[in-house]
Ligand binder design. Structure first.
Ligand code: HEM
Length: 280
């Protein structure tokens, strides 16, 4: 049993047509296994998080609520999330036997996702701190320290995080690549169905190229099943709830900010000239 389904083209060529749909179950199970293993690790084996003392001045006046996500950033997040859920359900429910006219809902949600990502790229590049989501030298140094401590070796304590811990930055990178793959292939696949944007043209590419495109779309799509499960799992873990709440209300408490974040690496607006500002 292969991971792709094949067919013979009118020219007699064997071409892939899409992924084998059992991969939906593989992705679901992979996500569930991850969260069970992680939950067991945190409950029974993980050590309490400890951080090195901050490098910033000890006495800084901070407001009771630290701004974290602007209204525009929050609206983007929830519109993108809704589009992804609609895309996942419309794509995979029919493959699991729940039949409905899914293609129209799917390309409409795909268009919403594409538009929201375009907005996000412009917003993040010109209005937010672009570099806050990419790993830096400190993240890598601290990841090494955290790994050594996890293996029971003695080493210096890691610094507190900037706006985003390394794990969030890596997750963002993987979701970005997977999301770009479904979006770019999805835009071309809209030529295979009837939409309001351009006339249908199934002859735009050869059967082999279309096949590869459907395969990439499907692989990235099932990948998103696992990624979404992992994301939702972290969002509802008790110790992460203040971060999740900040994606709704826009801010987090001063106590939580000071517990996990280094004001020198993620500074509240106007209080420091280094690092990102907490309004980003
Ligand atoms: C979470 C993101 C997405 C997932 C999980 C997903 C998944 C899928 C799956 C499994 C199929 C069926 C492909 C096949 O039969 O081989 C499909 C078809 C399709 N997707 Fe997506 N997709 C996503 C995002 C998008 C986006 C962003 C667009 C448009 C920009 C899009 C446009 C399409 C179109 C037009 C089809 C229909 C192709 C046809 O029936 O010939 N998809 N998608």
């Amino acid at each position: 049993m292969g991971i792709l389904e094949w067919a013979t083209s009118p020219l007699g060529q064997r071409v892939p047509i899409h992924i084998a749909w059992f991969l939906i179950w593989v992705a679901l199970i992979a996500g569930l296994v991850f969260l069970v293993v992680h939950a067991i690790y945190i409950r029974y084996f993980a050590r309490e998080q400890e951080f090195a003392p901050e490098t910033s001045p000890a006495k800084i006046e901070l407001p009771a609520r630290i701004p974290r996500h602007s209204l525009a950033a929050r609206l983007f997040h929830w519109i993108m999330a809704a589009a992804i859920f609609v895309l996942l359900f419309t794509a995979f429910l029919p493959k699991l036997g729940i039949k409905f006219n899914w293609v129209t809902y799917h390309w409409i949600a795909g268009t919403v996702l594409t538009a929201s990502i375009l907005f996000h790229v412009i917003h993040a590049t010109f209005y937010l701190d672009f570099w806050s989501i990419w790993p830096d030298r400190f993240d890598l140094e601290d990841a090494r320290k955290r790994l050594q401590r996890c293996l029971g070796k003695s080493t210096a304590l890691p610094r507190k995080f900037g706006k985003y811990p390394l794990e969030n930055k890596l997750y963002h990178g993987v979701v970005m690549l997977t999301g770009l793959a479904v979006i770019l292939t999805g835009i071309f696949m809209m030529f295979r169905v009837r939409t309001i944007f351009f006339p249908r043209n199934p002859y735009l590419f050869s059967d082999m190229t279309w096949g590869m495109m459907y395969v990439l779309h499907g692989l990235a799509g099932v990948g998103l099943i696992t990624l979404v499960i992992v994301h939702v799992y972290f969002a509802i873990r008790p110790e992460k709830l203040p971060i999740t709440a900040s994606m709704i209300v826009g801010s987090m408490s001063r106590e939580f900010y000071l517990k996990e974040h280094d004001p020198a690496r993620w500074a509240v607006h106007g209080l420091s000239s280094r690092g990102d500002t907490a309004n980003d």
